[in-house]
Design a protein around this ligand. Structure first.
Ligand code: C5P
Length: 227
């Protein structure tokens, strides 16, 4: 059983999401996918016909939408104004526009506040939560019980993402995905507010040669060491 917060950060394609969800389920804990929240705001921005680079209008959209992010690891749901958007937020349009939207400070402020509220409620209800994102250990929960920063070679991450995309019916190639992964890494790591970087007290876990079971086992070990 997990007491407190496990913060999982790192770039995309490290196996973070699958491992985070399973880790939470196996520990009887809650699970929060913060990337889904940035994606949902991005979807709302695109649907409103707003330019993702227009920080002022993006902020307006973020202020007015009704976003509900679930914290059940078995079925992590994302709804916008009452409608499930779990599939739409994984599409290529959102993936392309999410980095500029999530670089807007006001968007981060709104979502971080919401994330902290979800985490507080989960701790109250279930005692523990696994939270994944880019700034969980550095900004959202700087006093998390355990912080893990997942890494992997860009090529390995592109291969993972391509397999996931193809499995969920979106055709993509490793080359195109590699370009996308590198573009998002560069953007997320260089933004002024909450850039992607490991917290000083994070444990780094290189998942290049690990499969899902391997990543999960390494995380369970780390949780047990901390317990
Ligand atoms: O994890 P996922 O790939 O769904 O995240 C999508 C994007 O959301 C990231 O590329 C990043 O720009 C943004 N993000 C963020 N902070 C987080 C989680 C995600 O800026 N905590």
């Amino acid at each position: 059983e997990l007491r407190g917060v496990v913060a999982l950060d790192g770039p995309s394609g490290t196996g973070k999401s699958s491992a985070a969800r399973r880790l939470a389920a196996s520990l009887g804990a809650r699970y929060l996918d913060t990337g889904a929240m940035y994606r949902a705001v991005t979807l709302a921005v695109l649907r409103a016909g707003v330019d993702p680079a227009d920080a002022e209008r993006v902020t307006e959209v973020a202020r007015t939408l009704r976003l509900v992010q679930g914290s059940d690891p078995q079925r992590s749901t994302t709804t916008l104004d009452g409608t499930d958007v779990g599939t739409d937020i994984r599409g290529p349009e959102v993936t392309l526009a999410v980095s500029p939207v999530s670089a807007v400070p006001q968007v981060r402020e709104l979502l971080v506040a919401q994330q902290r509220a979800i985490i507080a409620a989960a701790l109250e209800d279930a005692g523990g939560i696994v939270v994944e994102g880019r700034d969980i250990g550095t900004v959202v929960v700087p006093d998390a019980e355990l912080k893990v920063y997942l890494t992997a070679d860009a090529q390995a991450r592109a291969q993972r993402r391509t397999r996931q995309d193809n499995a969920s019916g979106r055709t993509s190639t490793v080359d195109a995905t590699l370009a996308d992964v590198q573009r998002r890494d560069a953007y997320d790591s260089s933004r002024a507010v909450s850039p992607l970087r490991p917290a000083e007290d994070a444990v780094e876990l290189d998942t290049t040669s690990l499969d899902l079971a391997g990543v999960l086992a390494a995380l369970v070990d780390l949780v047990e060491q901390r317990g």
